[in-house]
Design a protein around this ligand. Structure first.
Ligand SMILES: [Ca+2]
Length: 437
C-alpha cells in the first residue's frame, strides 16, 4: 500500500486498530508514577535485562503454537529461521511528521486514474458484483471503492511476509500481545490451507491481500466465494470482494441507504452543528430537520424527503465541502476509523457509478506540521481551552478546543484548524493578560 494516499494505512483494516489510533489522538497520557523527590534510589544494583532474545521468544511462540493445535509442519516452516525485520521496526516507531488535510487526502485518494480503473472494474466484474449485492446486501460500487483505496485494485497489497512481520511487532513493538495473537491466527490460516507461506504477504503491520484484512478480520469474515475450498483474498477476486461484502454485512451495512451526500449550507448556518467526534455522531438530526435549517443538495435542490438520521461533517471547515452522512458512513468507519477515509470510500463509490466531482471547491490547505500543532495545543492550553497534554496530533479533543476558541472570539465554530486559526490563537496567547481581567 502507498503512504501517500492513505495516512491511516499503517493502522490497517480493522476496527480494533482504529480504536487504538483514536485513543492515541484523544486520550490523555497516563499520570507519571513519580517518586517523592527525597526518596532514595529504589534499585541500588541495575536490574537484569528481562527481555528474552528473539530466538528465545520464538522458541516460546513455537511451543504455544503447538499447544494451540497448529500442525508441527506449519509451525516449523513459519517460525524457524526468521529474524525481526528492521524496516517493520522502523515503520512502527515512526512518528507522523504532519497531519494531512482533507482536501489533499481526497485529491490523492480519489484520482482520475483510480476512478477510471474503478469504472473498468465495475464492468469487468459486473456479474460477480451483482451476485454479491444480492447475497450480502452491499452494492458493488462500495466493494470496488474499498478495493481501490486499500490496494489500488490489488496492485499494492504489500510485500512483507505476514508471519515474520507480526512476529517482529509482537516481539519488538508496542501492542505486543495483540500482534502475538494476530500471529497465531495467521498460523491457523496457513494451517487451514487457504494460502501458502510464501504467498502470505501483506503490509508491514500484517494487513493481508486485496482487502488488507488483519488475520483476526480474515478469520471472522473471509469467505470462499469461488468455491475452490480456499479463502484466497490474495489471488481470487471473488474471494476478496466476497470477503469484503461479508465483512461489511457483519459490521451492520444497511442495504436500504447510501453512505451520505455532499450538501450546501445556507449563509449564516450554525456550523457548531457539525460533528467533530471520531464517530461522526456528535449531532444527529433527521434529514427533514437539516432541510428545515436550510441545508440543500450540493449546489441547490431539496434534500430527499426521507426519514433518515444524518450527521453533518465539515472535513475542510466552513470553507470546504459539507456532507450529511448516514449510518453506513459509520459502518465504513468501523473498517477504518477515519472520517477522511470514509468520505473517500463514499465519494469514490459515487464517482465510479457515474456521480460527478464535489460541488464545493477544494481548499488545498497544506498539511499541518507536528510542531505547529504542538504550538497550537500549547497556546490553547495556556488560554484555558485545552486540558489535555499537547501531543502534536490533531484529534477530536483538540478540534473541540479550537471550536471553543472560535466561539469565544467570534469566528465560525467549525473546529477546523488551518494557518489563519493557528495565527489567531498564537496572537491571543502571546498577548499578556490584563491584570484583574
Ligand atoms: Ca476460493
Amino acid at each position: 500500500m502507498t503512504r501517500t494516499f492513505r495516512p491511516t494505512s499503517r493502522w490497517a483494516a480493522t476496527a480494533a486498530f482504529g480504536v487504538l489510533l483514536a485513543g492515541c489522538q484523544s486520550a490523555p497520557p497516563p499520570m507519571p508514577a513519580a517518586a517523592p523527590p527525597s526518596a532514595p534510589p529504589v534499585a541500588a544494583v541495575p536490574l537484569p535485562d528481562t527481555k528474552p532474545s528473539f530466538d528465545a521468544w520464538l522458541a516460546d511462540a513455537r511451543t504455544e503454537a503447538l499447544s494451540k493445535g497448529i500442525r508441527p509442519a506449519t509451525v516449523t516452516a513459519a517460525l524457524t529461521g526468521i529474524a525481526p525485520i528492521p524496516r517493520v521496526v522502523e515503520l512502527d516507531g515512526r512518528q507522523p511528521e504532519f497531519t494531512q488535510t482533507f482536501s489533499r487526502y481526497l485529491a490523492n485518494a480519489v484520482t482520475p486514474a483510480r476512478i477510471n480503473e474503478g469504472v473498468a472494474m465495475m464492468e469487468r466484474h459486473r456479474t460477480l458484483l451483482a451476485a454479491l449485492e444480492k447475497k450480502y446486501g452491499v452494492p458493488g460500487r462500495f466493494l470496488v471503492a474499498f478495493w481501490g483505496l486499500e490496494t489500488a485494485y490489488g496492485k499494492i497489497p504489500g510485500d512483507f511476509p505476514v508471519v515474520n512481520a507480526l512476529a517482529t511487532l509482537a516481539y519488538d513493538g508496542r501492542r505486543g500481545a495483540m500482534f502475538r495473537a494476530e500471529m497465531f491466527t495467521a498460523l491457523t490460516i496457513l494451517d487451514q490451507g487457504h494460502i501458502t507461506l510464501d504467498r502470505m504477504k501483506g503490509s508491514w503491520a500484517g494487513a493481508m491481500g486485496n482487502t488488507q484484512f488483519m488475520p483476526s478480520t480474515f478469520m471472522k469474515n473471509a469467505v470462499d466465494e469461488d468455491g475452490d475450498g480456499r479463502k484466497d483474498i490474495w489471488g481470487d477476486v471473488p474471494d476478496a470482494l466476497g470477503s469484503a461484502a461479508n465483512f461489511l454485512k457483519n459490521l451492520g451495512w444497511d442495504a436500504t441507504r447510501t453512505w451520505g451526500r455532499e450538501v450546501s449550507l445556507p449563509a449564516g448556518f450554525d456550523v457548531s452543528l457539525a460533528s467533530l467526534d471520531t464517530d461522526a455522531k456528535e449531532t444527529i438530526k433527521p434529514l427533514r430537520e437539516w432541510a428545515r435549517l436550510g441545508v440543500t443538495r450540493a449546489g441547490g435542490g431539496a434534500l430527499p424527503a426521507q426519514d433518515v438520521d444524518a450527521a453533518l461533517v465539515l472535513p475542510g471547515g466552513v470553507k470546504g465541502p459539507a456532507f450529511l452522512v448516514y449510518e453506513d458512513f459509520r459502518v465504513i468507519m468501523k473498517w477504518n476509523r477515519s472520517v477522511s477515509y470514509a468520505l473517500a470510500v463514499g465519494h469514490l463509490a459515487d464517482r465510479i457509478s457515474g456521480g460527478g466531482p464535489l460541488v464545493a471547491a477544494g481548499q488545498n490547505d497544506p498539511p499541518l506540521k507536528r510542531e505547529d500543532v504542538l504550538q497550537l495545543q500549547t497556546d490553547l492550553a495556556a488560554l484555558g481551552f485545552l486540558k489535555n497534554t499537547p501531543d502534536g496530533v490533531l484529534g477530536p479533543v483538540s478540534k473541540q478546543a479550537a471550536r471553543s476558541f472560535q466561539r469565544a472570539n467570534g469566528l465560525p465554530p467549525d473546529g477546523y484548524v488551518d494557518a489563519p486559526l493557528m495565527a489567531a490563537v498564537r496572537a491571543k496567547a502571546a498577548t499578556p493578560a490584563v491584570a484583574g481581567s
